[in-house]
Design a protein around this ligand. Structure first.
Ligand code: GRF
Length: 207
């Protein structure tokens, strides 16, 4: 399966995907990396790994792609043969243009145990709320923000001497494990969605 990765920032999750592809544990090809920021470090990581990567200007809005930009993203992804789009720190809400071009084929990674703490700086929201456990979630993207059927989650305890930064570091470590694994499940066709629930089939089990 050919995947595309969309990012806006440092791209440590892209790196985890690149590493998993390299060591053979993730059977996909990263066909294209796209960024809405020209200075995203993730673009450098892609370049270093020999993965095709591009900055595509997002248009004038802060939280979404403009219609025209959205078309450019879709065009580039389709041209590269992308079958599954993986958001990895892409800081824009995905709208109809991308959703309809890749129906049920867009994944997102979120730094909390959804449905708790959707939105921005979710680890800080959890920290400030005082929950004892938070974590990270991989889910399918649908119209709502940080909604969509959940593929996998990992739990991270909040420790007495944590700061938001130390907590985020430990969440990242878990993200780097669960995102490649979730992508693998999708790539191997092992996911069945019943209502909101994602059922993971055994290898070789019929649809
Ligand atoms: C991750 O924490 C992810 O949960 C969120 O954005 C962050 C991206 O980090 N959606 P990185 O750019 O992959 O290091």
């Amino acid at each position: 399966m050919q995947i595309g990765v969309l990012l806006s920032g440092k791209g440590s999750n892209l790196q985890a995907i690149i590493d998993a592809v390299k060591d053979g544990s993730l059977p996909v090809k990263i066909a294209l990396v796209l960024s809405d920021r020209p200075d995203a470090f993730g673009l450098k990581r892609a370049e270093k790994a020999g993965v095709k990567a591009r900055y595509i200007p997002p248009g004038p809005y802060r939280t979404i792609l403009s219609r025209e930009a959205e078309k450019e993203y879709v065009k580039a992804l389709k041209k590269a043969g992308v079958e599954l789009v993986c958001l990895a720190g892409f800081m824009r809400v995905i709208k109809e243009g991308l959703l309809s071009a890749f129906p049920g084929r867009i994944l997102n990674l979120h730094p909390s145990l959804l449905p708790s703490f959707p939105g921005l700086e979710a680890w800080k929201q959890a920290f400030d709320y005082g929950v004892r456990f938070t974590g990270c979630t991989v889910h399918f993207v649908e119209k709502g923000v940080d909604t969509g059927p959940i593929i996998s989650q990992a739990v991270v305890p909040i420790l007495p001497d944590d700061t938001p930064e130390t907590l985020l570091n430990r969440i990242h470590q878990k993200e780097h494990l669960i995102y490649p694994l979730a992508i693998k499940l999708v790539a191997e066709g092992r996911i069945k969605i019943i209502g909101r629930r994602v059922i993971i089939k055994e290898k070789g089990e019929r649809p």
